[in-house]
Design a protein. Structure first.
Length: 580
C-alpha cells in the first residue's frame, strides 16, 4: 500500500475530469506531477504541484487550476480538507482512517511493505570500489564501497536484476610499481638492506608478501634482472592484494558478483575491437584539439591524435583515444570495458567513482551512448572524501608513505554497522567527517545507535507484552482496532510510516541511498517521541490494561519495527533486538 501513489492517482483522475468538463485541454501530460509530504507538516498531510506544473501548458493561472482541482479532490471520501497555498500549491489533509490503515498494510505485507517492481527485472551493472590492487582498502575507499553496496541492495529491493562489479586495475604501471616494491621486501626477507625510493610503496603490509614470496620461490630471483621476475611478481603480488581486498570487503559485508580484470581488455584486444566499432559509426577521426582552457600557448604544441567524436553525445570537446606516439590513452581501455558491459546485455550502467573523476563523466556517458546506439543509460555517482578524526585531530592517509588508516582498522575500532550507516549520513557528493569518538556515543547524535535503539525498544515492548499474555503475532495484531491510534503524536508516526514506499521509490529512481538512512533517523525520532510522551501520558503507552487498546498500540510499534528492519537490511546494518 502506497497512499502517496493512491492519492496521486486521485489527482490524475480529477485532472481527467477537468478535461472532460472542458476546463483543461486533452494531452497536457502528467509525468511531472507529484504528491509528497509538505515541507511544513502544519500545512497538511500531503501536497501536490499539479496546478503549478500544468499552468504554462494550459495557459491558465496556477491558482485558478488549483481551486478547480480542489473542489474535485474534496469530494473524495479519503480527503478531509484541501487548501490552496501561495500561487497554486494544493495541501491536503487525509482522513485518519486512511492513515491508520497503513499500519494494517505493513503488518499484512511484512518485509514486502514498500517493495515495488519499479525495476521490472531490468539488468543493472553497478561498478564500485575498483581500487588499485596495490594495497589494502583504506578509509578513502570505504565510502564508495558502502554507497555502491547499499545502492545495489536498494535497486534489488525494487525489482532490478543487479550485478555488483569490481574493476581490477591490473593493466597499468601501478602494478609494476607494486611488483618492484614487493621485490624489495623479498630482498629484505633474505636479509638484504633495501631503500624505498620515490615511486615505490613502503607500507608494512608488503612485508608479509615478501616473506611469502621467499617461501614460494626461495632465492630464484635474488640475482636476476627485472625483466626475469617482473611479470611473475606482478601477478603474484596482485593476487595477494586482491585476496586481502576481498577479505576487507567481506568484513564490511560486501560480496561482489564479478571481478573484471583490466588485463583482459588488453590481452583480448578489446580496445582495438571497440575503437573499430566506433570507427564504423563514423565517430573516430584523426585531428588536432584546441589548446586546453587556461593553457598558455608556449606550454602547448598541437599534435595529431586519434579522436572520438564525444561532442556528438553532449561532451564539451572530442576526446583522444590514441596518442600521437601510437599508444592508447587512459580513456581507451575504459571505453572498451564499458562496451564489454553493454555487450553483456545490461540495460543500465552505474559507476561509483571518486570525486577526482569529475572530468571523466561526460566523456564516459558519451561513449556509452555511442556504443549502445543511445539505448543504455550510464549514471555516474561521484563520492566525496571522508575526513577521519580522533579527539578532534585528523588522521593523515598516504598509501605511498604507508601511514594510511585501513578499512579493517576502522571496522576494528567501531564495527561494520557503524561504518556502513555513518557513510550514508551525507549525500554522496558532499564531504563527510567521520569522528571515531562521536560515532560510538549512545545518544541521538549517533544515528546508527538511535535507529537500532528504536528497533530494540519495539522488540523489548513486544517481549513484555508476550509476558503479559498478549498475543503479539502479526495475525492477531492485524485484527486490532487501529482507530485507537488517534493522538497527534501517534498519527505523526503513522504518517512517517506511510512515507516508506514513496521514499524507497524516489531513492531508487535517483540512485540516492542516503535518503534511506535519513528517513530511518527521522522515523526513529518520531518513535522515540511517542515513547517519551508515553512516560507522561499513560494512554500512549504500548501496553495497556485494556487489551483492545493495547493491541492497537502494539500493532503500531510492530509496524515501526518492520520498516526499520527493512531499511536497515537495505543499508546492510543489523536490526538488533536488544542493545548490548
Amino acid at each position: 500500500m502506497n497512499i502517496y501513489s493512491n492519492i496521486r492517482d486521485l489527482v490524475v483522475s480529477s485532472l481527467d475530469k477537468m478535461v472532460s468538463d472542458g476546463f483543461l485541454e486533452i494531452g497536457l501530460g502528467y509525468d511531472n506531477i507529484s504528491v509528497e509530504p509538505p515541507r511544513d507538516q502544519a500545512h497538511g498531510d500531503m501536497a501536490t504541484n499539479a496546478a503549478m506544473v500544468l499552468s504554462k501548458l494550459a495557459n491558465k493561472p496556477p491558482r485558478q487550476i488549483a481551486e478547480y482541482l480542489s473542489n474535485i479532490l474534496i469530494s473524495d471520501e479519503r480527503v478531509r480538507e484541501v487548501n490552496v497555498a501561495g500561487p497554486g500549491f494544493i495541501n491536503m489533509r487525509i482522513e485518519e482512517s486512511v492513515l491508520q490503515a497503513v499500519v494494517k498494510s505493513s503488518l499484512l505485507l511484512g518485509s514486502k511493505y514498500g517493495q515495488t517492481q519499479l525495476g521490472n527485472g531490468k539488468r543493472v551493472n553497478v561498478e564500485y570500489i575498483s581500487a588499485n590492487p596495490t594495497g589494502p582498502l583504506h578509509v578513502g575507499h570505504t565510502r564508495g564501497a558502502v554507497f555502491g553496496d547499499v545502492l545495489s541492495n536498494l535497486l534489488t529491493y525494487v525489482g532490478y536484476d543487479v550485478t555488483r562489479e569490481y574493476y581490477i586495475n591490473d593493466g597499468g604501471t601501478q602494478v609494476d610499481v607494486l611488483a618492484r616494491s614487493v621485490y624489495l621486501r623479498y630482498l629484505e626477507a633474505h636479509g638484504q638492506e633495501v631503500v624505498f625510493e620515490d615511486g615505490t610503496y613502503p607500507g608494512d603490509y608488503l612485508v608479509e608478501v615478501g616473506l611469502a614470496l621467499k617461501a614460494e620461490v626461495g632465492d630464484r630471483f635474488l640475482k636476476e634482472d627485472e625483466k626475469v621476475w617482473l611479470e611473475f611478481i606482478r601477478d603474484y603480488s596482485t593476487d595477494r592484494m586482491m585476496k586481502l581486498i576481498r577479505e576487507d570487503l567481506d568484513s564490511l559485508g560486501i560480496k561482489m558478483d564479478n571481478y573484471f580484470s583490466e588485463k583482459s581488455v588488453y590481452s583480448e584486444r578489446k580496445i582495438d575491437f571497440t575503437i573499430e566499432q566506433l570507427s564504423k559509426r563514423g565517430l573516430i577521426y584523426e585531428g588536432v584539439l584546441e589548446p586546453p582552457k587556461g593553457k598558455k600557448l608556449d606550454d602547448w604544441s598541437p599534435r595529431k591524435q586519434t579522436l572520438f567524436k564525444s561532442t556528438d553525445f553532449g561532451d564539451d570537446v572530442d576526446r583522444p583515444v590514441k596518442k600521437s606516439d601510437g599508444t592508447w590513452t587512459y580513456f581507451a581501455p575504459d571505453i572498451a570495458y564499458h562496451f564489454d558491459k553493454i555487450d553483456r546485455g545490461y540495460d543500465i550502467l552505474i559507476d561509483i567513482l571518486g570525486a577526482d573523476h569529475g572530468g571523466y563523466v561526460k566523456r564516459m556517458k558519451a561513449a556509452v551512448l555511442a556504443l549502445s546506439d543511445t539505448k543504455v543509460e550510464l549514471d555516474v555517482k561521484l563520492v566525496q572524501l571522508v575526513k577521519l578524526y580522533r579527539n578532534g585531530v585528523p588522521f593523515k592517509m598516504s598509501k605511498r608513505a604507508g601511514t594510511f588508516v585501513t578499512l579493517s582498522d576502522l571496522i576494528h575500532e567501531v564495527g561494520s554497522d557503524v561504518v556502513r550507516f555513518v557513510m550514508l549520513t551525507r549525500k554522496n557528493d558532499a564531504p563527510l567527517d567521520f569522528d571515531l569518538e562521536k560515532v560510538l556515543d549512545q545518544s541521538k547524535d549517533n544515528p546508527v545507535f538511535y535507529v537500532q535503539y528504536a528497533h530494540a525498544r519495539v522488540c523489548s515492548v513486544l517481549r513484555k507484552a508476550a509476558e503479559a499474555d498478549i498475543d503479539i503475532s502479526d495475525q492477531n495484531l492485524i485484527s486490532a482496532d487501529l482507530s485507537q491510534n488517534n493522538h497527534q503524536v501517534e498519527l505523526r508516526l503513522i504518517k512517517k510510516l506511510a512515507e516508506w514506499p514513496r521514499l524507497v521509490k524516489v531513492s531508487a529512481k535517483t540512485n540516492e541511498p542516503h535518503r534511506v538512512a535519513f528517513y530511518l533517523y527521522e522515523l526513529a525520532g518520531d518513535f522515540h517521541s511517542l515513547w517519551n510522551k508515553g512516560n507522561d501520558e499513560k494512554r500512549l503507552r504500548f501496553i495497556q490494561e485494556d487489551k483492545t487498546i493495547a493491541l492497537a498500540k502494539l500493532a503500531l510499534a510492530r509496524s515501526v519495527a518492520i520498516v526499520i528492519s527493512s531499511g536497515l537490511s537495505i543499508l546492510g546494518v543489523e536490526a538488533v533486538s536488544e542493545m548490548r
